[in-house]
Design a binder for this molecule. Structure first.
Ligand SMILES: [Zn+2]
Length: 424
């Protein structure tokens, strides 16, 4: 849940149920002792479920450990879904993350349910086949394993627990009144402008941008895979949050909002079935979607799912079906809308990393979108229209392609050959 929403329930309150200060060698999960509803299983069960899912579908799914948590050194598991999953293919890539915040596990279950559904229906659903054949989909369903385990094992009740288990005061013990970093304030974009300066805050941003290994691991994965679009699942509020509203506008704002509205149309409110509302994120805080756009130009959204931190089973099932549609919307947009192609060295034919700048859609306060290194593949999600696109790399003559037509429903594809500047 983000601070822009439902401020009444978000006032920084401290965990009340926990008074002991356990050492960091937290014992194994104790199922059945938690006040958390039973359909939100302990962390070990979730990890086993993730491993079993990948094991059953090893031709379409791969399990990666992308890092380890700050304090308990638990593995940060990522699942890749794609046809030919063990190769790096010439395809666009999505990223779905969940459980940045310990008390928001509905997204974790929904993300795993969607991954499972894509895998089990690959041979029967045209959509599943299209997504897995055309894209690589990365899921990081438990960004904050320490926080989730801590909350589970200590039987927290309202307001549960939000942060990770960073030992802010360095005393070697977990003290909920001063320890923990808000992982969704620790990303390395406009971090310094965010609030949450004090460790006691439930929105504490951490010692420096990307200080938390959980965040560093997600950032590293996103950069490595040159993510094109993503979803980050939080609870709650029934809203689609886009980057961003209060900072200089994101240069792709029109397209960002268009896609947010499409996502809102499939994510529907429990009460009356109306669309999730669309709401801008705070661009001046180290939040994941803000970093994803500002650093990678990925179209990334926070979905505040549900109406409570621990939705009942029936709500969860409805949310999982909606999320499946949201992933379809996101995937189809990346597959069908804008421009894509390859950038190659004109002499050697080797793929090149270069900047892809679209006239009228750039700004100095965000990074340029770049092509990826393995195939020289580039993409930009664009609304239908005509564009001037520049391809820029140091040591090469810039290439400007004018009057590039973008239609609705099919991407415009082309290959760009860059010429090395003589003597360089
Ligand atoms: Zn959250």
């Amino acid at each position: 849940m983000q601070s822009v929403l439902l401020l009444a329930v978000l006032l920084p309150v401290q965990a009340s149920a926990q008074s002991a200060s356990p050492a960091f060698d937290v014992p194994a999960d104790r199922p059945g002792t938690s006040t958390i509803p039973a359909h939100y299983p302990p962390l070990d069960s979730m990890h086993r479920r993730i491993a079993a899912l990948v094991g059953r579908h090893s031709h379409l799914a791969r399990l990666d450990t992308i890092g380890y948590s700050a304090t308990l050194k638990l593995p940060l598991l990522a699942i890749k879904l794609s046809k030919n999953v063990h190769k790096r293919e010439d395809e666009s890539t999505l990223l779905i993350t969940a459980l940045h915040h310990a008390r928001e596990p509905a997204g974790m279950l929904a993300a795993i349910a969607v991954a499972e559904s894509l895998l089990t229906t690959y041979h029967t659903s045209r959509t599943s086949r299209l997504l897995l054949d055309s894209l690589a989909l990365w899921f990081v369903p438990v960004v904050n394993p320490d926080g989730y385990r801590y909350m589970h094992e200590h039987e927290f009740s309202m307001p549960w627990w939000r942060k990770n288990m960073r030992d802010n005061d360095g005393d070697g013990r977990m003290n909920p009144s001063v320890d923990g970093v808000d992982l969704n304030r620790n990303y390395d974009f406009n971090w310094q402008d965010g609030d949450g300066v004090q460790p006691v805050s439930w929105f504490y941003r951490g010692d420096h941008p990307g200080s938390e290994p959980e965040v560093a691991a997600v950032q590293k994965l996103a950069l490595r895979e040159n993510i094109a679009a993503g979803l980050s699942l939080h609870s709650y509020g029934e809203a689609v949050l886009y980057p961003w509203g209060n900072f200089y506008p994101p240069p792709d704002q029109k397209m960002i909002i268009t896609l947010a509205q499409r996502l809102g149309q499939v994510m529907r409110k429990q009460s009356d079935g109306s669309a999730y509302r669309i709401w801008p994120l705070n661009g001046r805080a180290g939040q994941s979607s803000v970093w994803m756009y500002g650093r990678l130009r990925a179209f990334d959204y926070i979905l505040e799912i549900g109406t409570t931190w621990f939705p009942p089973v029936a709500d969860l099932q409805r949310i999982e079906m909606q999320l499946w549609q949201a992933v379809e919307v996101l995937g189809w947009t990346v597959i069908s809308q804008g421009i894509s192609g390859h950038v190659l060295d004109a002499e050697t034919g080797k793929p090149l990393v270069c900047e892809i700048r679209v006239q009228g859609l750039e700004a100095g306060y965000v990074a340029a979108r770049v092509s990826e290194p393995v195939w020289g593949r580039f993409e930009r999600i664009l609304q239908p229209g005509r564009y001037t696109v520049s391809f820029i790399r140091e040591g090469y003559q810039p290439y400007v392609r004018k009057d590039v037509k973008v239609n609705s429903g099919a991407k415009t594809n082309f290959t760009v050959y860059l010429h090395r500047i003589a003597g360089r």
